[in-house]
Ligand binder design. Structure first.
Ligand code: VAH
Length: 319
């Protein structure tokens, strides 16, 4: 059995559906602080209400289901984290410790934990950021991801726990709304392009950020988890990359499909967060170690996003 903690989140909901397709619905337990709203997620397999800070519930579930793999995706993201720094640190770090210790105790074979480009900071080289480099994150989220990476490597080296991790760029998908990320403008913009034809962007027009379409993120995650352990040489977290673009460039991409789409700019506190992150990532180590290769570029993502969002909105109006 596989456990997905944070299964109702932007990544968790899509990863849970993918894992259920792969392993069978009843073999993938979705866990989150509240029940799934999405019908496909709700109806495709078991759900357990879990607060990742509650070690008793986690232990009960581990005894009940005898998990072979755990995907721990529950966290407070960058923008929300700056609003509640102490809680973000508590949930992100204690949650990780609870899962690492639970996995050791219950002999979980493989653990997945997401890191982020947020582990990099203002003094990190911003172009083609290398796998090993200066990391001075200045968001609580980034600090918790940097510390989390160190602990994942520690549990691997000291206790032999097979925990694997990827430094995701901004993730863009159509199935679930994101929650509190700085890169989430790149999801909102597609919804607004279809709903109102215009979007007020909270980042400035030339803010370049590393980004990835959800199908590529799912592929990378499963490719990493299915790679033989000896190929997984990086045990803090792999740099991962697909593309980089700015609000100006994603607007131009959308205008190829919706010519009269327009954008205005009103940068807010999230601009400082974005400015502390790299503009492009060198993921050659992931390419070498386990054959990473993305499939989607900006226009391919735009076409697929608009197509699927349109279909979903039509279904919702019909429902
Ligand atoms: C965030 N979407 O914005 C997340 C991600 C690289 C960004 O970590 O916080």
């Amino acid at each position: 059995t596989v456990l997905v903690i944070g299964a109702c989140g932007q990544l968790g909901s899509e990863l849970t559906l993918e894992l259920r397709n792969m392993y069978g619905g009843s073999n993938v337990v979705a866990a989150d602080i509240s029940a799934p709203k999405q019908a496909d997620l709700r109806d495709s397999g078991p759900f357990e209400k879990v607060d990742v800070l509650d070690t008793n519930v986690l232990a009960e579930l581990a005894s009940k289901y005898k998990f072979k793999q755990i995907y721990h995706l529950a966290a407070v993201l960058s923008a929300t984290g700056e609003r509640n720094p102490k809680f973000a640190w508590k949930l992100n770090m204690e949650g990780l410790f609870n899962v690492l210790d639970l996995s050791l105790e219950h002999k979980v074979q493989k653990v997945y934990w997401p890191s982020s480009i947020a582990v990099f900071g203002p003094n990190t080289p911003r172009q083609n950021t290398p796998q090993y480099t200066v990391m001075d994150p200045n968001t609580v989220y980034g600090i918790s991801k940097q510390a989390g990476e160190r602990w994942c490597e520690y549990y691997f080296q000291k206790y032999g726990l097979d925990v694997r991790s990827l430094r995701y760029p901004g993730l863009i998908g159509y199935k679930a709304l994101p929650g509190g990320g700085t890169t989430d403008y790149a999801v909102d913009i597609y919804h607004k392009a279809l709903e109102s034809g215009t979007y007020e962007c909270f980042l400035s027009e030339d803010t370049y950020l590393p980004m990835m379409y959800m199908p590529d993120a799912l592929k990378a995650t499963l490719d990493l988890m299915h790679a033989p352990a000896e190929q997984v040489k990086i045990r803090d977290s792999y740099n991962l990359s697909a593309m980089s673009f700015s609000p100006k460039e994603i607007t131009e991409s959308i205008q190829k499909f919706i010519p009269d789409f327009s954008i205005t700019y009103k940068p807010d506190y999230r601009q400082q967060i974005a400015d502390s992150w790299p503009q492009s990532i060198d993921d050659s180590t992931a390419q070498q170690d386990w054959g990473w290769k993305p499939a989607y570029d900006l226009d391919a993502m735009t076409e697929d996003m608009l197509l699927n969002l349109k279909k979903m909105k039509e279904e919702q109006t019909l429902a």
